[in-house]
Design a protein around this ligand. Structure first.
Ligand code: NAD
Length: 524
């Protein structure tokens, strides 16, 4: 079994002038720097300055001052920045695609998904923010006499703690709605992919965002995460379910809100009436985007017995044709893993499964000949519940295929997990697809797609059930979570109290009559 491959060439180091310019948006330098290396080649990218407590204090102080002025600006002025950022990301995509690829080791096609994600979210929130943030009139307790309006106030300074796997999408697309809602943002990108986040801040400043409103602090999450959360007014966190619990505790202790976007063990169901060839082709992207280091990617595939052999044959053919590499062009299909620990996990899951009797249908080995952390896209069959890969998130290019006899069996198997992030259902009957989808415990279900139909539809919320998280990004929820509502009620002409000389008893009787009439007339 062979997986085509291209030896990764040493990426051109990022120009030092560019790195210097980007680091200007980070408040860091007091703590010792950390060297960052390109996963695909092992070449050094930069010595990344780290933030001390004093740096973090300074970042928040600057952000608070900038936020006061920003919140006074009209929504139109704020959305103008998003519109310009949208254009910059598209026109300067070569620059940011290079940085994303160098920092993560992913293929260019998978990096482009991130550029698309920023464009979609910038355009969406630029177009909808005005309506979402408008004051709303609410019904008063006494019609006409009580005038009520509901306003949306920005939280203040929002902390966005983002991981390394989709460093542009996850740093930017959560920051944009926070900014447009009138907040400042302090980003804590992963060290490995900090330059990507800093490029985005730089682009936003060039698009008209006031300097200081969006800054980054740099450091390992376990070192500075608590300090960031300790100063923020709201926390947006993306990462593992285990760390999500820590973040929730820290936010809870301060009684601030948090949105947690966590892990997944996502199922893909191929029903008996599926377009098998299309399912087999699209499942490749659904399983191996960013070498499987995608929270939404598919790690479990349940195929109806009647189409199992055909699906597996076509799927495995596609997998074997995947070309590995991370050159800074569109030549490779799939790139490298990003960290040695990801490679360790992938190896451990596959080796454990094989030792317990699983069959490797494709892949199954590391490719150090290509770069330190390359691993072949891998398909396993005969996976049983006692194998680690059956239940635990691998977060790598490993998918297990199971044969099922009915939709019921597929749904039950799909739901046999504590996670609930994303799912995919394949059928030629859209109604049947929707019915099956509604029975799967996942925040998003894609019918005849893997993840991009739901994820890319920015108007619809995205997030997890179960241990896959709380809170939502995208859609109205993805912006309104960064605001507090404030109700302002103005009482006119008469107070809501007994008139002078009226007894409390008569007031109670009058109000009882009023409530009864309101219900009879069906007035709310
Ligand atoms: P991780 O939780 O170990 O780390 C994620 C990020 O959190 C890192 O940048 C890390 O520095 C930071 N972090 C760690 N401890 C912290 C702390 N105490 N305070 C603040 N920050 C801290 O996860 P990982 O294994 O590096 O990332 C992969 C995980 O992220 C997977 O489980 C994946 O499914 C999940 N993920 C989820 C989504 C989503 O949208 N639901 C998106 C991407 C990744």
């Amino acid at each position: 079994m062979t997986t085509a491959a291209r030896q990764a060439t040493e990426p051109a180091p990022l120009p030092s002038a560019l790195v210097e310019r980007l680091l200007d948006h980070a408040v860091a330098g007091d703590a010792p720097p950390v060297a960052i290396f390109a996963p695909a080649t092992g070449a050094k990218i930069a010595d990344l300055p780290q933030s001390s407590t004093a740096d973090i204090d300074r970042a928040f102080a600057t952000a608070r001052e900038a936020q006061r002025e920003w919140a006074e600006r009209s929504v139109g002025e704020r959305t103008a920045v998003l519109r310009d950022l949208h254009d910059i990301v598209l026109t300067e995509q070569r620059a940011i695609l290079d940085i994303v690829q160098i920092e993560t080791g992913k293929s260019r096609a998978h990096a482009f998904d991130e550029v698309g994600d920023v464009a979609v979210n910038a355009r969406y929130y630029a177009s909808i923010a005005h309506r979402l943030l408008a004051d709303r009139a609410a019904r008063g307790v006494l019609p006409v006499l009580t005038k009520v309006e509901v306003r949306h106030r920005p939280k203040g300074v929002v902390a966005v703690i983002s991981p390394w796997n989709y460093p542009l999408a996850l740093a930017v697309s959560d920051a944009l709605p926070a900014l447009v809602a009138g907040n400042a943002v302090i980003s804590r990108p992963d060290n490995q992919t900090a330059l990507t986040a800093l490029w985005a801040i730089d682009a936003a400043v060039r698009a008209g965002l006031p300097r200081g409103l969006w800054q980054a602090v740099l450091g390992r999450g376990s070192v500075i995460g608590g300090e960031v959360i300790g100063r923020a007014d709201y926390v947006d966190y993306t990462g593992s379910s285990a760390t999500g619990r820590t973040i929730a505790q820290q936010a809870g202790a301060r009684l601030i809100g948090c949105s947690l976007e966590l892990g997944g063990k996502n199922p893909l169901l191929v029903l008996a009436d599926a377009d098998v060839s299309r399912a087999a082709r699209i499942a490749i992207r659904a399983c191996f985007a960013s070498a499987g280091q995608l929270c939404e990617s598919m790690e479990r595939v349940y195929v109806h017995d009647s189409v199992y052999d055909r699906f597996v044959a076509e799927f495995v053919d596609h997998v074997r044709a995947i070309e590995l590499g991370a050159d800074l062009d569109y030549s490779a299909d799939m790139g490298s893993l990003t960290f040695p620990r990801q490679l360790d996990t992938v190896r451990a899951h596959v080796d454990d499964a094989v030792a317990k009797g699983a069959t490797v249908l494709a892949g199954g080995r590391a490719r150090p000949d290509l770069g330190p952390y390359f691993y072949e896209p891998t398909v396993l069959a005969d996976v049983r519940p006692d194998m680690t890969v059956h239940r635990e998130e691998t977060f790598g290019p490993v998918v297990s295929i199971y044969r099922v006899g009915s939709d019921e069996e597929a749904i039950a198997a799909a739901n046999d997990t504590a996670y609930g992030l994303n799912a995919s259902v394949w059928t030629k009957d859209a109604r049947r697809g929707r019915e099956v989808a509604a029975r799967i415990n996942a925040g998003s279900v894609n019918v005849n797609e893997g993840f991009i139909a739901a994820w890319g539809s920015a108007d619809a919320p995205s997030g997890g059930l179960g241990i896959s998280g709380t809170g939502r990004r995208h859609g109205p929820e993805g912006l309104l979570k960064y605001t507090d509502t404030q109700t302002i009620a103005v009482q006119r002409v008469l107070p809501i109290a007994p008139l002078p000389g009226m007894s409390e008893e008569l007031w109670a009787k009058t109000m009882t009559a009023y409530f009864t009439v309101m219900k009879t007339l069906r007035l709310k």
